[in-house]
Design a protein around this ligand. Structure first.
Ligand code: FES
Length: 574
């Protein structure tokens, strides 16, 4: 008896064909100069690329893809690069999040419809990472993530400035009159100094860390700067590895287990990661069929310390994190909290990958015994304002405000907020609670990052730097403050948030995990009878989105996209 026959690769359902069908499938690809032996049964590797000039964070992805291809060829594979819709966080209106699920559909259908055996996911700017992971998970082929890496550290007049965090800080200074408009504009060119994603622990760096903590990338993926030659080297090694993964049939579902998600949640606490990770990981878990809910974030992560001294929670930037040892060094510090037996895409366990990871700078990566925050994970708040949950990142909040009771100052939508916040006559003081409605998945639509409302100038001038803010929106991972987000159900879906009025007393109790509107049920019923939902889009993607998007506590995926359809080969096209 001979050794068992290897299963035929799905690409051979295209390229291994005889007659007219095989001719069609091979001939057009030969027009790119591919010789006949490229179709001989070797793994075909799709390189899913989110390059775009409109997404400067991913502006180096064409070069990165070339290094991936080198690796694929070296390992005996056949690389074929393909584009999907790219989402530049800073450019796309009304919000890139409106299109995360659309991109995931693009990714899923592009993979399944084509002669692909394994996939390298090139992702960077915020939404490109969850979109590609979600789409690939619904196909469940061997897949490996390659992040674009953070941009170089921002530097203005000899001082470090971090993506997003620096903008928020400096714009408050302009509004308070302590920074001129000319200085503000000068700083624009000093912040993003290279391609690559935001170099604070914003959503992009958080999601790159999630990719590595989940085991979906080679070690060190999260922190190598975008323009460091070691990022190119990682790309080449990623190309080699995906070919082996196809031979091993190492599919996403073997890596993305419940234990891997638990590791990611704990890692998010230890890095002071973005609240956006909550929504993205819930959606990803839904795609791969892993049970995960909002309360898992609180139960698994909220008591863990933040060890990473990075803006916005701390002092340093992603480049410093890489020089200090990167994510492997941090994971080694929290190894006692992790499932070390989780399989990762390099075929080794997480424990194997981090066993010898050195830390070169304990100011940046603090020891477990000396964290920058003691309890740093995501806290989930419930009460009559958020029966399905709301989240807050205590590590980015003011400790004195974590228990607070105050009168609401209500903004019906973001335009209302922008129109009135600078008005000196606005009745608001530092004890007020700012409430913003209609910015959730259906309300915006797309759940924009507007939850960290800027403070009124008259309070900034008084030296007030933080206030309690509540909304159904998200917040940029680069932002900070005592900001309650993702209130569910959202206002536009008829949640009690829609019924809050100026002067209503709200109680926030983060240690008690409570968010309560002190208005009687009878009065709320009267207000509800008077409430009408905001107008909704009537055509195109926005209409499809509104009709199917789930609430934030479920990950804001479309209900029709939860789960997957696998990698079965579709019927012939001709
Ligand atoms: Fe692209 Fe921040 S704007 S990563």
């Amino acid at each position: 008896m001979g050794s068992p026959k290897k299963p035929q690769l799905r690409s051979q359902s295209w390229f291994g064909r005889e007659g007219k069908q095989g001719f069609y499938y091979r001939s057009w690809l030969k027009s790119a100069g591919n010789p006949h032996d490229m179709f001989d049964g070797r793994p075909v590797i799709g390189i899913c690329n989110t390059w775009s000039e409109l997404t400067p964070c991913n502006g180096h992805f064409r070069e990165l893809a070339e290094f991936v291809k080198r690796g694929v060829y070296e390992a005996g594979g056949f690389p074929l690069e393909f584009p999907v819709m790219s989402l530049g966080e800073t450019q796309v209106r009304p919000t890139a999040m409106l299109f995360r699920n659309l991109v995931s559909m693009d990714v899923e259908e592009s993979i399944r419809a084509n002669p692909i055996d394994g996939v390298v996911l090139l992702m960077g700017c915020d939404k490109t990472t969850p979109a590609l992971l979600m789409g690939a998970a619904s196909v469940d082929l061997p897949s490996i993530g390659l992040s674009g890496g953070p941009s170089l550290s921002g530097n203005w007049r000899g001082k470090p400035i971090g993506s997003g965090t620096g903008v928020i800080h400096m714009s408050e200074m302009v509004r308070a009159g302590t920074l001129t408009q000319e200085e503000f504009i000068e700083a624009e060119a000093c912040m993003q100094r290279s391609t690559g994603s935001c170099m604070t622990m914003g959503t992009a760096s958080t999601m790159a860390s999630m990719v590595e903590a989940l085991g979906m990338s080679l070690p060190e993926n999260a922190a190598i700067p975008a323009v460091d030659s070691r990022r190119s080297r990682l790309a080449q090694l990623t190309g080699r590895r995906i070919v082996e993964m196809v031979h091993e049939d190492l599919r996403m579902s073997k890596v993305l287990t419940r234990s891997a998600f638990e590791n990611a949640i704990k890692t998010n606490a230890a890095i002071g990661g973005s609240t956006n990770a909550v929504i993205h990981l819930l959606a990803l878990a839904g795609r791969i069929g892993v049970p995960l809910d909002l309360d898992d974030w609180d139960q698994l992560g909220s008591k863990l310390p933040c060890l990473l001294n990075l803006k916005p929670s701390g002092q340093f930037l992603m480049e410093d994190f890489f020089y200090a040892g990167g994510l492997p060094a941090l994971l080694r510090e929290i190894a006692g909290h992790l499932h070390l037996d989780c399989l990762t895409v390099n075929g080794r366990t997480l424990g194997d990958n981090i066993a010898d990871a050195p830390c070169w700078d304990h100011d940046v990566i603090r020891p477990l015994a000396d964290p920058i925050r003691v309890e740093a994970g995501i806290a989930v708040l419930r009460g009559n304002l958020s029966p399905d949950g709301a989240v807050i990142k205590p590590s980015a909040a003011s400790p004195a405000l974590l228990r607070h009771r105050g009168p609401a100052v209500v903004f019906e939508n973001i335009e209302d907020f922008k129109a009135r916040i600078d008005d000196e006559a606005l009745e608001i003081d530092e004890n007020s609670i700012m409430v913003l409605k209609n910015c959730g998945p259906r309300g915006y639509p797309g759940m924009a990052e507007v939850g960290n409302m800027p403070l009124p100038p008259k309070l900034l001038r008084k030296g007030i730097t933080d206030m309690v803010r509540i909304s159904d929106a998200r917040m940029s991972g680069t932002a900070y403050g005592t900001v309650v987000l993702h209130t569910s159900p959202e206002a536009a879906a008829g949640g009690n948030l829609a019924l809050v009025r100026d002067g209503d007393i709200i109680e926030l109790d983060v240690p008690g995990r409570r968010l309560h509107l002190e208005v009687s049920d009878d009065e709320l019923a009267v207000r509800r009878a008077q409430w009408t939902p905001p107008p909704a889009p009537e055509r195109g993607w926005a209409k499809l989105y509104i009709d199917h998007v789930q609430q934030a506590h479920l990950g804001a995926d479309l209900d029709i996209l939860v789960g997957g359809s696998g990698a079965d080969v579709p019927r012939d096209s001709h």
